[in-house]
Write a protein that binds this ligand. Structure first.
Ligand SMILES: Nc1ncnc2c1ncn2[C@@H]1O[C@H](COP(=O)(O)OP(=O)(O)OP(=O)(O)O)[C@@H](O)[C@H]1O
Ligand SMILES: [Mg+2]
Length: 379
């Protein structure tokens, strides 16, 4: 009886579905998956084919998982990593788990997709068959959210050695399946409508960044107002600032390299449980039009003349003085080519990365001539 009713409701809702918007331009090729270092947070979960719980408004059936893409074997065989003997800086995320995460993010069956509450852009929560979770940032037309920026930021994080982003891989999900999943989770009708308006289809699928879920509680770690005042002088930073200064300094360097324009609007400077800083929400990075105009976030970087020696050493090894095939742009473009949704960055954007490494190193040299090497690299 109940089964018959569920089937009828599911059929009715399937019939109501409208065609998603489609977009012009290059078709994203759906291919393989990838991974990161965040702990999965397994939780009790319904089986993939179990019906969603009934609500007073209506009864929805959670669709079975769609056939997942193949595992991204080339990416799994050549993960983004620091060069040579450099082993990274022991950030809060364990890159040793990247392989497992990337494989799951790219190719594990998805059993549940729900809205990620809040947020200025469209972000979704995904659950896999093993109970672990991810955030899916779909391509979207009317916002600064650039899912390719999330993918590239992860690769850059691992190549430089920060180890502060979750693992990220490109993945495409069937548009009707995505809508069915949201309807089965009783998503607000207005949200589904907005998704249909703003999320384009490419060959009937939604391309996006699949981002490993941070299991820890996310706690704001905003620096005090005016925190960069005095960071280009010989004055020692206050005791309060000194504690997190190496992390905030690294964050500004990271954002400069990925050309992130939305770190400081509120809510995007976060730590794991009040502990180490993580680099979360990198979707406002690598905007293609900024690369072509040579725009950077130098205004954020230039008041700071205190850097971690390890960060500067790592970037010198990836900069203009390095052999051409050892530079950050080449290394980034080599691992990004293995992402299932490659190409992730254009040649111009890759050239922009190398230009920004050079600009950062020139800034460090200026700081060293103003303050001396010991103070500039004191963190
Ligand atoms: N990988 C993740 N692990 C855990 N929680 C996450 C993750 N990604 C996003 N979130 C949660 O979702 C919120 C919104 O994500 P995000 O900041 O990336 O998107 P947004 O559209 O820019 O949202 P907002 O406008 O609130 O900044 C985050 O503040 C965080 O609480
Ligand atoms: Mg955000």
């Amino acid at each position: 009886m109940r089964h018959g009713l569920l089937l009828l409701v599911a059929l009715a809702s399937a019939c109501e579905r409208r065609a998603p918007p489609s977009v012009e331009g290059p078709t994203a090729t759906v291919a393989v998956p990838s991974a990161s270092a965040v702990e999965p947070a397994p939780e009790p979960r319904p089986s993939a084919s179990a019906p969603a719980p009934s609500t007073s408004v209506g009864v929805r059936v959670r669709p079975p998982p769609e056939r997942p893409p193949a595992a991204p074997t080339a990416l799994l065989a050549g993960l983004p990593r620091p060069a040579g003997a450099h082993a990274g800086f022991a950030g809060p995320v364990d890159p040793g788990k990247d392989k497992q995460w990337l494989e799951r993010l790219a190719s594990a069956p998805i059993t549940e997709i729900t809205r990620n509450p809040g947020g200025a852009t469209i972000t979704l929560r995904v659950r896999f068959g093993d109970g672990s979770r991810a955030v899916f940032k779909p391509e979207q037309k009317h916002s600064a959210s650039n899912f390719r920026g999330e993918i590239a930021a992860y690769h850059l994080d691992r190549i430089v050695g920060f180890s502060r982003t979750a693992a990220v891989v490109g993945r495409a999900i069937g548009y009707p399946h995505l809508v069915e999943q949201l309807e089965a989770s009783d998503a607000d009708g207005k949200f589904v409508e907005r998704l249909r308006e703003e999320v384009p289809a490419r060959d009937g699928r939604v391309a996006g960044a699949m981002i490993a879920w941070h299991a820890g509680r996310l706690v704001s770690a905003e620096p005090p107002k005016g925190w960069t005042d005095g960071l280009r002088s010989k004055e020692p930073p206050s005791e309060e600032l000194a504690k997190r200064l190496p992390e905030w300094s690294d964050l500004v360097v990271f954002d400069f390299l990925i050309d992130n324009t939305d770190r400081w609007s509120g809510g995007n400077v976060l730590s794991l449980g009040g502990g180490p800083l993580i680099f979360l929400d990198n979707a406002s990075s690598f905007a293609p039009w900024r690369a072509s105009r040579g725009e950077t976030t130098m205004a954020r970087l230039s008041p700071i003349c205190r850097f971690r020696r390890a960060t500067v050493t790592a970037l010198r090894a990836l900069g203009p003085a390095a052999a051409p095939d050892a530079r950050l742009g080449v290394r980034l473009s080599s691992t990004l080519a293995a992402d299932p949704l490659a190409p992730v960055l254009s040649k111009g954007q890759i050239a922009g990365v190398d230009a920004r490494v050079a600009q950062f190193l020139e800034h460090v040299t200026r700081c060293e001539s103003e303050l001396g090497e010991a103070l500039t690299l004191s963190l």
